[in-house]
Design a protein around this ligand. Structure first.
Ligand code: SF4
Ligand code: SF4
Length: 440
């Protein structure tokens, strides 16, 4: 049994309690969407150096073939999720980068693999071999950040990772893909956690799950063995932020401008652990992922396994279309996601969910004057002063910005959410961050 009082104290200062909106999808089993006739696979789906295309129009490609890669360490190759013919390599819509180079592939429906799949026993692989497999499989952070995973696993010399935290918080409203993964692919996720733990040599391994996902906790409890341990955290946004997880679980602060590894911690998302297991044990590159498609406009909201490069239009067709045309489409969660203006954007490695919201759900309110209530200050998990930053940006008082540390903002959106005057504080702070970065 769980100690619910302890659970509620497992959290960080600030943040907000949001309407969860997860009931549309959380109870439904994940379904696989077949690959459509054409895929648009963006060459760059990670944070870091962009990839160059290594295929051209007319080339035949097979499942798992590398389409694009870069020499830089901070990069991740992209692979073909299908077999077929390259129709073109040109700019297409991208859910985050606007228009960006991508490979358009016509599906030959033959599903021809590049090679027969290789099964590995991770216990027989060295740490370096595992990191190389992760890099070559193009794995990036699946919680939405899309930072190349092999870079995170290669801990700089002189740094020691004492604690590995596995992020199963999934704190954004609407999203339930990680929750379903922990229930439906429990063993694979835990095998992935063990692989990461071995690479890092972490003494403590803690799987962090919010208190609204007890079914995932019970599923994982049946599979884990020491030193793996589960911590149930208070359901509060943004509980899944790396610094907030570290504060909630270890009661440690990551100083401004520093990384979790500076306090001996590394955080990995559960979806990333699943992708690592697939790559290391089964030789599968990252070419598909679980995505929550939801919102009141959809006929069949749910979690779907989707090939990277599948356009939203094809997913919607497969899921039975719309009940009503959406007023707003968001790639990601409602707090940190990016608005989309076309259904021709593809699913990419970092797509956690896509929301199709009605006019009521997406209501945009008019900005009113600040009433100095300080709710934004109380909500900020980074202890920033959102209202002061907003004022400096609004009135171009750039010289006072630095001491307010806008660059520490993680753009969680909590301050904008609580503001009774509906001031888009996060947008102002993002502008302040850009000004600060440009000064450096
Ligand atoms: S200032 Fe940044 S980190 Fe703080 S609540 Fe607002 S968006 Fe989140
Ligand atoms: S929450 Fe909004 S109204 Fe209240 S102090 Fe902050 S900016 Fe002003």
């Amino acid at each position: 049994m769980y100690n619910y009082t302890a659970m509620l104290s497992n959290t960080f200062r600030g943040g907000v309690c949001l309407a969860e909106e997860k009931e549309l999808t959380v109870g439904k089993k994940t379904k696989e969407i077949p690959a459509p006739k054409e895929l648009i696979v963006p060459l760059c789906q990670h944070i870091g150096s962009p990839n160059e295309s290594i295929v051209k129009e007319g080339d035949a490609v097979r499942v798992g073939q590398v389409l694009g890669d870069a020499k830089a360490f901070v990069s991740a190759p992209v692979h073909s999720p299908i077999s077929g013919t390259v129709k073109s390599v040109q700019n297409f819509f991208h859910p985050v980068f606007g228009k960006s180079p991508a490979v358009l592939i016509e599906n030959d429906e033959k599903h021809e693999p590049l090679s027969t799949s290789v099964k590995n026993d991770p216990a027989r692989l060295s740490k370096e071999e595992i990191i190389t497999i992760v890099r070559n499989a193009g794995i990036v952070g699946m919680g939405g950040a899309a930072f190349p995973t092999h870079v995170k696993l290669k801990v700089p010399e002189g740094k020691i990772i004492d604690t590995l935290i596995i992020n199963g918080a999934e704190c954004e409203p609407y999203l339930t893909g990680d929750h379903r993964l922990m229930i439906e692919k429990t063993k694979e996720v835990i095998d992935g956690v063990n692989i990461v733990s071995r690479v890092l040599g972490a003494k403590k391994v803690i799987i962090a799950v919010e208190s609204n996902k007890l079914s995932a906790v019970f599923a994982m409890k049946k599979v884990i063995k020491p030193p793996l341990k589960i911590e149930v955290l208070k359901t509060k946004y943004p509980q899944g932020g790396e610094k907030q997880l570290i504060k909630a679980i270890l009661k440690k602060e990551v100083p401004p401008g520093k990384l979790p590894l500076d306090v001996g911690v590394l955080v990995q998302n559960v979806g990333t652990c699943f992708a690592i297991q697939n790559a290391v044990c089964d030789g599968k590159p990252l070419t598909e992922r679980c995505v929550t498609f939801t919102g009141s406009c959809l006929k069949e909201p749910g979690n779907y396994i989707v090939k990277v490069g599948t356009r939203l239009r094809d997913v919607i067709d497969y899921c039975g279309g719309f009940l009503t045309p959406p007023a707003k489409i968001i790639s990601g969660g409602p707090m940190m996601g990016v608005s989309q203006y076309t259904l021709d954007v593809p699913v990419v490695k970092g797509t956690t969910g896509v929301l199709f919201l009605s006019e009521k759900e997406a209501a945009i309110c008019e900005e009113m004057p600040c009433i100095k209530c300080a709710k934004c200050v109380d909500s900020c998990p980074l202890r920033l002063l959102p209202t002061d930053i907003m004022r400096m940006v609004k009135y171009s008082k750039w010289e006072y910005l630095k001491e307010l540390h806008p660059s520490d903002c993680v753009e969680c959106g909590a301050c904008s959410y609580v503001c009774p005057s509906k001031i888009p504080l996060t947008q102002y702070i993002k502008l302040g961050k850009i000004k600060e970065l440009n000064k450096r």
